[in-house]
Design a binder for this molecule. Structure first.
Ligand SMILES: O=C(O)c1ccccc1N[C@@H]1O[C@H](COP(=O)(O)O)[C@@H](O)[C@H]1O
Length: 209
């Protein structure tokens, strides 16, 4: 199972994350209303960090996303707003960067509405629907995913915490498309500052080593 740790921006914290947790992905949030927002100046300092970087965008323009992909050497663009399939298609024609579309989950999901994204994204990411778009620290009802009809892999997100491991592993048994988890606010000492011990423990339990 893969692990993405999101909302990073502190260089010392990132160094500890990489040496101790060794996540598959590190998320940088380019959404100015987020308490985990990373400025361009800070992102420039982080561009050579030896981990795959995921840029998190909320309803951002194509031009701005493309600029940040190049400037900050992003491996993935995570689209965490209301981006339409047409927007994602157009972006995919301009970049080789992997695209992940976030699906905000409320009471139910209309699976048909996701079909338009399938040719253009390498993964979906399911997160709890919230007015702040993300980082809510709230889980949605994971039972909704049990009818997931696609082969496309996805990451699970939204309020995952240090007590989520057993449930994640149980879900993975039923849904092999569940490729990993996105860890964020429930592993923080302060916004943008992760608790490395908590993350290390979670990874050990998740990967059972
Ligand atoms: O973390 C944020 O502040 C944020 C703001 C706007 C869009 C996305 C954001 N983070 C993403 O939110 C999910 C869930 O986070 P949490 O575990 O509920 O705190 C995660 O995918 C982050 O990438």
């Amino acid at each position: 199972m893969e692990i993405k740790v999101c909302g990073m921006r502190d260089p010392d914290n990132i160094r500890s994350l990489i040496s101790k947790v060794k996540p598959d992905w590190m998320g940088l949030i380019f959404y100015s209303k987020s308490p985990r927002f990373v400025s361009d100046e800070k992102a420039a300092e982080l561009k050579d960090t030896p981990v795959k970087k995921v840029g998190v965008f909320v309803n951002e323009s194509e031009e701005e996303i493309m600029t940040k992909v190049k400037e900050f050497r992003l491996s993935v663009v995570q689209l965490h707003g209301n981006e339409s399939p047409d927007f994602v298609k157009s972006l995919s024609e301009k970049t080789d960067c992997a695209l992940w579309k976030v699906i905000s989950v409320g009471a139910e999901i209309d699976w048909k509405s996701l079909e338009g994204y399938l040719p253009f994204v390498s993964k979906f990411l399911f997160d709890t629907a919230t007015t702040t778009h993300g980082g809510s620290g709230r889980k949605f009802d994971w039972k909704i995913l049990e009818t997931y009809p696609f082969d496309k892999s996805f990451l699970l997100s939204g309020g995952l915490d240090d007590e989520s491991v057993d449930q994640v592993l149980a879900l993975r048994e039923r849904l092999p498309q569940l490729q990993g988890v996105d860890l964020n606010s429930k592993f923080e000492d302060a916004p943008g500052l992760k608790n490395i011990e908590k993350l290390t423990r979670f990874k050990r339990q998740l990967t059972q080593i």
